[in-house]
Ligand binder design. Structure first.
Ligand code: SF4
Ligand code: SF4
Length: 202
C-alpha cells in the first residue's frame, strides 16, 4: 500500500475512535509541495465534520492504479479540502452556524445528534455527482454553491460537498439542512424506501 493511502486509512481509523489525528494530518500535509495546500489539507483532516470516510470510500481506490492513481487521489483530497473549508467558512459568514443544520457546527464530534426521525443519517442518498441547486424561495446561496450542488465544480464529485460527517457516530448530515435545495427537501421517506431499501429507521 502506498504511504499516502496508509496515512488516510490511519486518519479514518483514529477519527472513528475519537483519537487525535494531528500527527497523521501533519504527515499528509507535508506530502504536498505547496505549503498552502498542505496546510489546508491538514486543517480539513482535523475538522471533526470533514467527510474523510467518504473520501476514502470513493477516491482512495484510485491508488490501486499505481503512482498516477496516487497523484489523482492526492489531487482530489486537495480539492475536497479546499471546497470543504470554503463551504464551512461561508456557512458562518452567510448563515447562522447553529441554525442551518441539525448539528451544532460550533460543537465537536462527540455531540449527541437527534436520530429519532425516520432518516437514519446514513448519507447514502447524498452520495451522488450533483443535484438541482434550487434553494427555498427566501434563500440566496453564495454563488459558487449552485455549482457545487450541481456537481459542476473542479472535483469529479462522488458525493455532495455539503454532506458532512460525524465520524464517532458513523453518521452523515446535510450541512445546509434547513436551507437545502427544494429537490432535496422533497426527498421523503417513500423515495428513500424505494431507492435505498432498509436504510431508513423503522
Ligand atoms: S438514504 Fe434514506 S435514511 Fe439514508 S440519509 Fe438518505 S433519506 Fe436518510
Ligand atoms: S444539499 Fe444536502 S440533502 Fe442535498 S444532496 Fe447535498 S448533502 Fe444531500
Amino acid at each position: 500500500m502506498y504511504y499516502f493511502a496508509s496515512l488516510i486509512h490511519e486518519a479514518v481509523r483514529l477519527r472513528q475512535k475519537g483519537m487525535p489525528v494531528s500527527g497523521v494530518a501533519s504527515a499528509v500535509g507535508l506530502l504536498y509541495e505547496d505549503p498552502r495546500t498542505g496546510d489546508q489539507i491538514q486543517q480539513a483532516l482535523q475538522d471533526p465534520f470533514f467527510p474523510l470516510t467518504l473520501y476514502a470510500k470513493h477516491h482512495l481506490g484510485a491508488c490501486e492504479r499505481g503512482e498516477t492513481g496516487v497523484a489523482r487521489a492526492g489531487q482530489d483530497l486537495a480539492l475536497l479540502s479546499r471546497m470543504f473549508l470554503r463551504v464551512r467558512r461561508d456557512i458562518d459568514r452567510y448563515f447562522e452556524n447553529r441554525e442551518i443544520t441539525c448539528v451544532d457546527l460550533n460543537g465537536d464530534a462527540t455531540q449527541a445528534v437527534n436520530t429519532g426521525d425516520w432518516c437514519s443519517l446514513c448519507g447514502v442518498c447524498c452520495q451522488l455527482s450533483g443535484t438541482i441547486p434550487d434553494p427555498p424561495e427566501t434563500v440566496r446561496y453564495p454563488g459558487y454553491w449552485y455549482t457545487y450542488i450541481a456537481g459542476d465544480g473542479p472535483l469529479v464529485q462522488r458525493f455532495c460537498p455539503f454532506l458532512f460527517e460525524l465520524p464517532l457516530q458513523g453518521l452523515f448530515f446535510c450541512a445546509v439542512h434547513h436551507v437545502k435545495p427544494l429537490t432535496c427537501l422533497a426527498y421523503g421517506k417513500e423515495n428513500c424506501e424505494e431507492n435505498h431499501p432498509g436504510m431508513a429507521n423503522r
